[in-house]
Design a protein around this ligand. Sequence first.
Ligand SMILES: Nc1ncnc2c1ncn2[C@@H]1O[C@H](COP(=O)(O)OP(=O)(O)OP(=O)(O)O)[C@@H](O)[C@H]1O
Length: 235
Amino acid sequence: MALLEVEKLDAFYGVSQILHGIDLTFAPGEQVALIGRNGMGKTTLLRSLMGLMPLCRGSLRFHGHDIRNAAPETIARSGMALVPEGRGIFGSLSVTENLVMAARPGNHGRQSWTLPKIFELFPRLHERRNNGGHQLSGGEQQMLTIGRALMTNPDMIMIDEATEGLAPLVAQSIWQTLAIVRSEGIATIVVDKDFRSLAKVADRMVILSKGCVVFDGKPAALAAQPDVLERHLGV
Ligand SMILES: Nc1ncnc2c1ncn2[C@@H]1O[C@H](COP(=O)(O)OP(=O)(O)OP(=O)(O)O)[C@@H](O)[C@H]1O
């Protein structure tokens, strides 16, 4: 069974329609890259899936349950985690406190992600465990936000602008983390501008243009269509 099914999804801010008839299906454990130029609706799609848009039409099913009108906290409890752009960690709390606060078992009481496991995944966070959130570098903050999402033992994690503003080496460690998350069987939707790095880690690439899906296929299929890349990504 599909983990997440999106059918004919429309999303609005007031009277502006941002998403137009999105149809997408996500399998358990699948890693999907969501790409497209600025303002094409990527963040809006993630927000719609998390129950954060004021108005959506169409159908959204997670684990077979209708979540279209569900509250964000209900969607989170059902196994979805969002790592938003801009991060949203608690600056006045330590790294450890930020992580522990987020901890909860996943579906079927699963507790695969614990504090030691997060520190094993991000040794840098272990070194900085007593530092306040506001003392962290951009890369450390991103690691902490991903760590917080994993502490909820999710079935699906959505990461907006995964490596935006990070130095190349730090970005590299985020890509390695995503490969580990994938090997743990957690489905992911990753938004990033670094199309080449995404193509290496993702099972599937989805391109949004003006709120519509204009490509949905394997990275190799996309690489074989330079005209699509040129038109929708300018690469
Ligand atoms: N709070 C809002 N109110 C009204 N319109 C909005 C709001 N947030 C975003 N939009 C509009 O929705 C459209 C899609 O924005 P969205 O942030 O989803 O795009 P994106 O593909 O994630 O782009 P970016 O890479 O720039 O974040 C844009 O035209 C944007 O101006």
